[in-house]
Design a protein around this ligand. Structure first.
Ligand code: SF4
Ligand code: SF4
Length: 119
């Protein structure tokens, strides 16, 4: 009985469009609500470090002295904890997928210093 079912599915799939695509040459439309990656609005961030503490995967690194906010996307599981924890609403989830890469690296954002910018 199972083999009949499997045979039917296999035969049926011969006449369907493939479910996969040749990514990154071809891209599928992102489904509604997809969490592609975390983005930061550098102008809102105050380098408080709350997102770093909220992250269960140690994916975020906040360096106050160097005025750097960094995310290691390969650790991020897109749980949204950092987005909810940020007191300045500086973080959000973009539905865009990250571009293809051949290396593992942190995405680094330099946070502008309001004192320097005002001077
Ligand atoms: S992104 Fe938000 S929570 Fe994280 S350091 Fe900046 S202000 Fe603080
Ligand atoms: S979405 Fe979750 S895992 Fe990813 S950086 Fe934010 S808190 Fe960490």
């Amino acid at each position: 009985m199972t083999s009949f079912k499997l045979g039917g599915m296999t035969f049926g799939s011969l006449f369907k469009k493939p479910e996969t695509c040749q990514y990154p040459a071809e891209k599928k439309e992102a489904p509604v609500g997809l969490r592609g990656h975390i983005v930061i609005d550098e102008d809102k961030c105050i380098l408080c470090g709350i997102c770093q503490k909220a992250c269960p995967c140690d994916a975020i690194n906040v360096d106050r002295k160097g005025r750097i906010w960094a995310i290691y996307s390969f650790h991020c599981i897109l749980c949204d904890s950092c987005v909810r924890a940020c007191p300045r609403q500086a973080l959000s989830t973009s539905p865009d997928l990250k571009s293809v890469t051949t290396g593992k690296f942190e995405s680094v954002s330099f946070i502008p210093d309001p004192k320097v910018d005002k001077a």
